[in-house]
Design a protein around this ligand. Structure first.
Ligand code: ADP
Ligand code: MG
Length: 292
């Protein structure tokens, strides 16, 4: 394409709510043959809410939620906000805590009342050598099979309970996936969440390639692997997606995403509508066929 055509394309992009960073971006768009989506905050709205609190010790549900909200108060992950909100709704004040720590794709920890509180997925607990018995694993599986994300809370090395959270799909997620598939693109889901949660979402959306329980660096490695045979776009919103957005031939993020995702991406969907990904592809096709 001529520089003028690219400028025109970029201008139309702005009208369509696409912030396109640089002239060569649209050229990459029309060469794409695979598009990888993050789950939380990308295919889903990213505002999960707490649906279940289960305790396995003398701790009651309120105490469990209060501890969870306190440990999460140092983070801005969507799951964190959901637990803080749930505690607020039940008028549970945050406790005094120190040494907040966040481990991307795993969970969080803090010291509360001289006790170490851990909150996160199964990997986060096994990382700290905290065993989960059959009963707990069984309960967790029931919840994940229902498409809920489950986090486990341990106090000084002992599991206390679990909290389940449910997020909803973006209203345009299904149409977006279908339109991309119609244009011959392979649509792939990659998430840090549990395989059962990932599969529940993929089935609803008609996505048949799923990578679950993937840490942030693992997301970038998957993109790299796909790039051996394909030109790959990544759509993501979180800090945990930034390495993958950078690795992809094309990084796409949404308005309202984490700052580092917005800085790393090549296209920002300014209207915060997932279906504008399709608009970007159509715009690129139009720009590059007009010239030839
Ligand atoms: P996604 O790839 O879907 O955006 P993340 O990589 O952010 O998800 O998180 C993957 C998993 O790691 C979550 O499903 C959760 O089990 C755990 N996790 C991440 N951050 C937190 C947190 N702040 N609190 C509890 N668990 C967390
Ligand atoms: Mg995300």
């Amino acid at each position: 394409a001529t520089p003028t055509a690219i400028l025109v394309g970029t201008g139309i992009g702005a009208e369509k709510g696409l912030l396109i960073k640089g002239g060569d971006v649209l050229e990459t768009v029309h060469q794409l043959n695979a598009i990888v989506f993050d789950k939380t905050g990308t295919l889903t709205v990213g505002h999960p809410s707490v649906t279940d609190c289960l305790t396995f010790t003398s701790l009651n549900k309120q105490e469990l939620l209060q501890l969870a909200a306190t440990v999460e108060s140092g983070t801005n992950h969507p799951l964190a906000s959901a637990m803080v909100e749930a505690a607020q709704q039940q008028d549970l004040p945050l406790l005094k805590a120190q040494n907040f720590h966040t481990e991307g794709g795993l969970g969080v920890s803090a010291i509360i009342d001289k006790k170490t509180v851990l909150l996160g997925n199964q990997d986060w607990l096994s990382h700290h050598h905290i065993p989960l018995n059959h009963e707990i694993l069984f309960q967790g599986e029931l919840l994940t099979k229902a498409g809920k994300t489950v986090v486990y809370l341990a106090l000084d090395g002992e599991i206390q309970g679990m909290i389940a959270l449910k997020d909803s799909l973006r209203p345009d997620a299904q149409a977006t996936v279908l339109e991309l598939q119609k244009r011959g693109l392979e649509v792939i889901l990659v998430t840090g969440d549990h395989p059962q949660v990932a599969n529940a979402i993929a089935t609803q959306l008609g996505i048949n390639q799923v990578f679950a329980q993937i840490r942030p660096q693992g997301k970038a490695a998957i993109i790299q692997q796909l790039q051996q045979s394909k030109i790959v776009a990544m759509v993501g919103d979180g800090i945990n997606d930034a390495p993958a957005l950078a690795q992809a031939n094309l990084g796409i993020t949404l308005q309202g995403s984490t700052q580092v995702a917005i800085e790393t991406a090549d296209i920002v969907l300014m209207g915060n509508r997932l279906r504008d990904v399709v608009g970007a592809i159509d715009l690129s096709l139009a720009t590059f066929t007009k010239i030839r």
